[in-house]
Design a protein around this ligand. Structure first.
Ligand SMILES: [Zn+2]
Length: 421
């Protein structure tokens, strides 16, 4: 059987799972193991960085550096540094993936200028990643993997064993059918307990045969621009509005979040631990629930939009996410807006692959400030402020709608990028 990376088609499947108490305990153990490994690597990495600054003349430092290098190397060295990882409840793949994620974080820092990897704190969310293992020969039960869907409602997972899952969708049914036909390979599996306390499993599934029929050419292309007034404006001037139901849920969430911070402040003043404040914990649950509701409503809405875009356009260009801005963001509404943007980009990229379309991400610099007709860039005092919705180019005198003009620049950049070899 081919490896994941050699299979061209990929799809995600997320199902709600109902673990037993023992399985819940195992999930908590592996979430802890994942965090311990990650934090161990962060600590070693930090020390390595400090020592490497002054390692030249001090042989003892070099010795320590060599040691740090060795304990952050492979799976065995990490396990030797933290012997509890040899425990029978710990999933080796969870350990390996935590290490992989740490190294990816460093790679992202170099390539995309994200922050240095930092310690992960224990939170109300638990999660870890594991992987399906494939056998050369089928087992007695007739399976070729340790991850196997049994009927419509059960799946076996590494370490956890047989586990019930719910709401078997059409998507799950297709995976189950194709598993029987040996037509899929399951890669990474993320096991999660969300902030509300519900459990989920997400499967990365790939195959040599497409999961969807490739769409015929649509003869149209779009650049899209995100802003917070309308959610999306495209290069043809179509607007996707932020729906009222979403605005209403967000208002509720903001209110609940403010109440939660006030409760935290009060607890701090009274020198009480948050974990022991019943009302705070109740409110935290409420905030988590509302957060999830907003995320789901938005996801449904964006699913419908991205599906329509993929069906009606051959080529879509969008602004790449501004990672740095995102990290500086402490405003909730903006943070959720950014999260929505990232969700939308992921959906578009994912669906483009499934249906044979092209999605290109372009750098966002000056898309708003550039005239899409003549290329003039507004600078200094000319720069458009946020309240300017329409403007006229001082050079070619074209009248512009702010966001439509930005979307046209995005499309131009996208097409240029696509043409370069
Ligand atoms: Zn112009």
């Amino acid at each position: 059987m081919k490896k994941m990376k050699d299979l061209p088609y990929i799809i995600g499947l997320k199902v709600k799972i109902y673990p037993s108490d023992e399985q819940k305990r195992l999930i908590a153990v592996n979430d802890g193991a994942k965090r311990a490994v990650y934090n161990h690597l962060v600590a070693c990495g930090n020390e390595k960085y400090r020592l490497s600054m002054s390692a030249d003349n001090v042989p003892a430092y070099q010795e320590r550096l060599d040691y740090l290098e060795s304990v952050t190397g492979g799976l065995d060295s990490i396990k030797n540094a933290m012997p509890f990882l040899y425990g029978k409840d710990v999933d080796d793949q969870a350990v390996a993936n935590a290490s992989k994620n740490y190294h990816t974080a460093w790679k992202n820092r170099k390539e995309r200028h994200t922050g240095v990897p930092v310690f992960k704190k224990k939170s109300s969310v638990q999660s870890y990643q594991t992987n399906a293992h494939y056998y050369a020969k089928d087992t007695q039960e007739g399976h070729n993997s340790n991850v196997w869907f049994l009927g419509k409602n059960h799946v076996t997972l590494p370490k956890l064993g047989r586990i019930r899952f719910g709401g078997s969708s059409g998507e799950a049914a297709e995976i189950i059918r194709r598993q029987e036909a040996r037509d899929i390979r399951i890669g990474t599996i993320t096991v999660e307990r969300d902030a509300v306390g519900e459990y989920w499993a997400s499967f990365q599934v790939s195959s040599e045969t497409p999961f969807r029929e490739i769409l015929p050419p649509a003869g149209s292309e779009h650049g899209i621009d995100l802003n917070l007034l309308e959610l999306v404006v495209d290069s043809d001037g179509n607007e996707l509005e932020n729906p009222k139901f979403l605005q209403a849920s967000m208002k509720k969430l903001k209110k609940a979040q403010r109440r939660l911070s006030r409760m935290a402040e009060r607890a701090k003043k009274d020198v009480r631990k948050l974990l022991e404040c019943k009302n705070y914990q109740k409110q935290r649950q409420k905030v988590a629930y509302l957060h999830r509701k907003v995320a789901r409503q938005r996801a449904d809405y964006l699913h419908a939009y991205s599906k329509h875009e993929i069906e009606s356009q051959d080529f879509i260009a969008a602004e790449d996410l501004k990672v740095k801005n995102l990290m500086r963001n402490h405003n909730l509404a903006k943070a959720i807006g950014d999260a929505g943007w990232r969700t939308l980009l992921n959906m578009l990229k994912y669906k483009a692959k499934l249906y044979g379309r092209t999605v290109v991400l372009v750098p966002p610099k000056d898309t708003t400030q550039t005239c899409s007709v003549c290329g003039y860039v507004m600078s200094g005092d000319e720069k458009l402020t946020l309240d300017v919705r329409e403007w006229e180019c001082p050079y070619c005198h074209t009248h512009h709608h702010r966001d439509r003009n930005a979307a046209r620049n995005v499309l131009k950049r996208g097409l240029q990028a696509a043409m370069q070899p």
